[in-house]
Structures are given as C-alpha cells and as structure tokens.
Design a protein around this ligand. Structure first.
Ligand code: N01
Length: 539
C-alpha cells in the first residue's frame, strides 16, 4: 500500500539550523507571536560547538564576551570557569539557554533540509527534509553557519586505510583515545594547532603533516579571575553596547593611535612582547593602528612572532618550517594556542613538510609522501571547511522564476548586507557572506542579524506587506563596497578560507565584510530607518 501523503507543516518562519544564531531566532521571533521551527541536522543544539569535539577545542574569543547579551539575567548568572570557554563548557551553556528559554519545543533535531523552493505567486517557501517531510512558510531564515561543512581532501587510498580516521569537524561523541598509537594530523589551522599538543601527550608518536605554517599566539588561558568577572558583570550592559562601537564587536581594547613605523625598533619590541605576554589576538593586532593595512608595519609584527617561534622550538630546521612566510600576520584567522610550538620539542612529535614533499597517497598502513612512508594507526584531518557558502550551497535553494543558489553564487557569493540576496525573496541569512560575521564576535553578529530580521518582519506585518527582496543595484553596490574595503587591507594577500582558497575550484573572492562592526551596524540601521532602502517591498 502506498504511504499516505504526509501533510506539510505550516509555519510563519522556518529556520534552518539550531546553532547559536538559529536558537536566538527561535527565541526572538516567538516573542513576535510568530509560529517558528528550527530544523537541525545534528542530534543536539549548538551548531559548531555540537560538531567540533576534538581534544583541546576551545573558543578564541574570551568567554565573558563570547556569550549571548539578550538576557541580562542569563549573563549575570552564568559562570564561566576560564578565560576562554572549552567546547564542552560552551555546549553546556548553549543547552542551558535552550532549556532556560524553552526553545526545544520549536527545534526539530536529526533533520537535514535538502531543498528550499520559493513560489512567487503564493509568496511561500517550501522546504523538504531528508526524512521526506515538507515544511512551508512565507519566510525562511538560513542560520546554517559559516564553518559547518567539513572538507576532507580527496587523497587517493583513504578507503584502503586499515586504521581509523577522523575529521575535527565531525568528531566522535565518545571521544578518541590515541594512547599508544602512531597518529598523523593533516592540517595546521586553528583546529590542528589546538589539538596537536593534546594528541602529542597521548600518542606513541605524532606526525604533523604541514603544508603551510600559520601564525599562532599564546592564549594565556587561566581560571577566570573572580574580581575581573565581578567587574565585567557589573559593566555588562554598557560593555555589550560599547561592543557595537568596535571593529570586531569586542569592547575593552582601546584603538591604537600610532603606526608601527612611527615607533622605534625598541618601542615595537617592547609593545609586541607585552601583547605576547598578555595573550589574545585582538590585543596583538591592536599594538599599532596599521598592522592590517600596511605591509611594512605588518612585517614588524610578523617577524616578532617568527622570533618567538625560533626561540621556543629547539630544532632550528623544525623552527624554520613553523615560521609562516607566505602571508602577513592577521590576514588568516590568527590562532591562539596553549603550548603549540613547545610541543615540537617532544621526542614523540615530528613535523613533516608536505609543501616540499606532498602527500601522494594513503595506504593500508599509513601515508606516503613523495619522499617517505609513514606507518600510522590513526589519521586526523584538521583540513577545515567549505567556509561561508558551503552549507547554503548544499541545500538546493531555488525559485519558481528559475533562480538557483548554484548559479547565483557560481562566481562567489553575492548578497545585500550578507542578509538577503536579489532574486530570492523572503530568504534571510544569519551572518551570511559580505557581513562581518566571521570577522567579529560571532554571537554579537548573530544577535544583530536576528534582531534586524525580527524588526524587518515586524515592519512588514505593520504595513501589511508580504514580501521583501533586495534590489539588484543595491546588492551590486554592497558587493563592490565589500570588495573595495577588503582591497584596502592586507587580507586578500593570504590564501585563506576567507577567500575560498582552501577549496580546489572554489571562486577566489574575499567573502567577509572587513569594514568593521560599527560601520556595518550603522549601515543596517540606516537601511531600516529609511524604510528598508535598497529593498523592494510588496503586498
Ligand atoms: O581549518 P583551516 P581549521 N593537504 O582551513 C590544511 C575556526 N575555528 O578547521 O593552509 C594538506 O584554517 C591547510 O593547509 P593550507 C577558525 O575561524 C576556530 O583549522 O591549505 N593539508 C590548513 O593547514 C578557523 O580559522 C577555533 O596549505 C591540507 C588546514 O588544513 C576556522 O574555524 C577553533 C589540505 C586547514 O586549516 C577553520 O579552522 C577551530 C590538503 N589537501 C576552528 N587541505 C577557535 O575558536 C587543507 N589542508 C579557537
């Protein structure tokens, strides 16, 4: 007997993803009296913090900052034990938020959205899930995350490998015990650098396969100082507001006034040493006001870190391999670590340069580079993500007018404010490409986007409007502005996931907006205040 055709679930707003952004969208939109539901592929909430469970996983933004601001009671009551939150702590926090605000009743787990199609006559999005369900809603919000599509490189022979292999972004919930094993880690971005010191302590031998060296600074993690916590909490509302007046959405870092080239060599050394001792990436990049825009200034900051690497790593050949030379410091995500460079002084750790001798194949017993063979019991891919566009492009997003996300973003993403796309009415994104999302405190940006979307939906309702879509001209102008801002900095000089350079064949376009949170929020607020300037609104 054929299965009964199931009825569609009808919502006011369908949300894709129940990470930090999707959960807040559930909370905020429910307060408007809207019927909402978030669909989440994972078996729990938390997005990136649900999936990335590798040893040593920790946020590189301080915990008092990296948290929701929408409830003062929440931020006053929650207690972060350390300066930087670990993945289990952050996941516990997100679950607490889901319980505290009763969000779970509008979250459907273990459900991946496969397609989203817009009917322009009915002004209706129809989404299909991997479970065969159909969901309809006039509005759709993609809260799919920027680093949620893990990529494992296609190295020949992986299937033949007799040991176990893992990707940092799809880590087993039960954890992995590397005790006594010969382990290979491929990749030295934030994930690799965080996990390598932990795996080194367990493994019989750890081989780190490095293609490109990255800059990493000491995090200087420590238990949270109770007096600092008390003061921060007393100032919370003001600090949260002040965060919007900063480039990265994090208050407490006075903007530097001087160029690195205006300082003497001795002054610079003193300044960089103080920042190195303090820990943290914004602090370091704020040593001078031109480190991200002036190559000569940046060279001084980059060289200081290379000197620290040479001073830390005992074997000069290994130290030199760990010194980044292909990009200015800060133009890739600046990594924070705990004893990363020190780890290479251990007898059971070997750095393998796969730039000069690339990986040829994975074999049943390990891995072959062009000049050697490595016997391995486990391989860890710390090889990153199809960032910023990957998660949306995995969903077949299209309209009945023939627009598809595949074509729309064929040459790189095009958006208006990173919130909407011309040709795709009533489809919102939380921290989409061409917004400051990944270049800011992500939770602040998620809240700012969701608040903007909520205000927009309220506006449409107040005016009796059913539909909103960016004008193509407004989108073109925003894309051009985003590119111009990026081109006035050093960012495009790096082969990073910001530019799509980490994915073979991906168009090379600088995707985040780097004009800063202040300028961006001002623009978003102005657009709304002018009756949604640059958008077409219709009944
Ligand atoms: O990924 P990545 P990630 N063969 O893309 C190498 C956030 N995050 O997961 O540079 C050999 O940075 C690649 O080499 P190369 C954070 O925003 C935050 O580490 O392409 N190697 C590189 O070394 C971060 O930036 C936190 O030459 C290959 C590495 O794999 C972002 O997530 C923690 C290869 C990938 O580095 C992504 O970080 C973790 C191949 N075929 C992540 N392909 C915190 O909050 C790739 N690589 C602290």
């Amino acid at each position: 007997m054929p299965a009964a055709k199931s009825k569609a679930t009808k919502l006011d707003v369908v949300i894709v993803g129940a990470g930090v952004g999707g959960l807040y969208a559930v909370h905020r939109l429910r307060k408007l009296g809207l019927k909402v539901r978030a669909y989440e592929a994972g078996s729990g909430v938390g997005g990136t913090w649900f999936w990335n469970r590798y040893p040593g996983c920790r946020c590189d933004v301080e915990s008092m900052e990296y948290s929701y601001s929408f409830s003062n009671e929440l931020q006053q009551e929650w207690k972060w034990p350390e300066r930087y939150g670990t993945q289990p702590e952050i996941l516990r926090y997100v679950n607490h938020v889901a319980d505290r605000f009763d969000l779970r009743r509008d979250v459907q787990l273990d459900t991946r959205i496969r397609s989203a199609t817009f009917d322009s006559k009915a002004n209706l999005w129809t989404l299909k899930t991997d479970k065969g369900e159909t969901v309809t809603a006039p509005f759709c919000i993609m809260a799919t995350g920027n680093l949620s599509t893990p990529r494992t490189p296609s190295i020949p022979g992986l299937k033949s490998f007799k040991g176990k292999w893992y990707h940092t972004g799809l880590w087993p919930h039960a954890g992995v015990d590397f005790t006594g094993l010969r382990v290979g880690v491929i990749g030295t971005g934030s994930s690799g650098v965080q996990m390598i010191p932990h795996i080194a302590k367990q493994a019989k031998h750890l081989y780190v396969f490095q293609r490109t060296a990255n800059f990493s600074l000491p995090a200087r993690n420590a238990p949270l100082d109770p007096e600092k916590e008390r003061k921060h909490k007393a100032e919370y509302p003001e600090r949260r507001r002040a965060a919007y007046d900063t480039p990265f959405g994090i208050a407490g870092f006075p903007p530097p006034e001087k160029s690195a080239l205006e300082a003497t060599e001795e002054e610079r050394r003193h300044a960089y040493a103080a920042k190195w001792a303090e820990g943290g990436s914004i602090s370091y990049l704020y040593a001078y006001n031109d480190l991200l825009v002036n190559k000569a200034s940046n060279d001084t900051a980059s060289e200081f870190v290379r000197e620290r690497i040479r001073a830390t790593v005992k074997d000069p050949k290994t130290a030199e391999l760990l010194c980044p030379t292909d990009h200015p410091i800060g133009t890739k995500r600046l990594i924070l670590d705990t004893e990363y460079y020190e780890t290479y002084n251990r007898d059971n750790v070997t750095l393998v340069d796969i730039r000069s001798a690339p990986i040829k194949a994975i074999t049943p017993n390990g891995l072959h580079t062009t000049d050697a063979e490595y016997t391995l019991d486990a391989i860890v891919f710390a090889t990153g993500f199809d960032a910023m566009t990957g998660a949306m492009k995995e969903i077949d997003i299209r309209t009945d007018k023939g627009a598809t996300i595949e074509e729309k973003w064929a040459d790189g993403p095009r958006t208006y404010l990173g919130i909407m796309m011309a040709g795709f009415p009533n489809l919102f994104m939380v921290t989409g490409p061409q917004s400051p999302g990944v270049k800011s405190q992500m939770i602040l940006s998620c809240e700012q986007h969701v608040d903007w979307i909520a205000d927009c939906l309220q506006h449409l309702r107040d005016k009796g409007l059913q539909r909103i879509e960016p004008e193509k001209a407004a989108e073109d102008a925003w894309v051009q502005h985003t590119n111009e801002v990026a081109d006035s900095t050093l960012y495009p000089l790096a082969n990073s996931w910001y530019t799509g350079a980490n994915i073979p064949g991906k168009p090379r376009v600088f995707m985040p907006y780097v004009g800063g949170v202040t300028a961006y929020k001002k623009k978003c607020d102005e657009v709304a205040a002018r009756g949604y300037e640059g958008f077409m609104l219709a009944v």
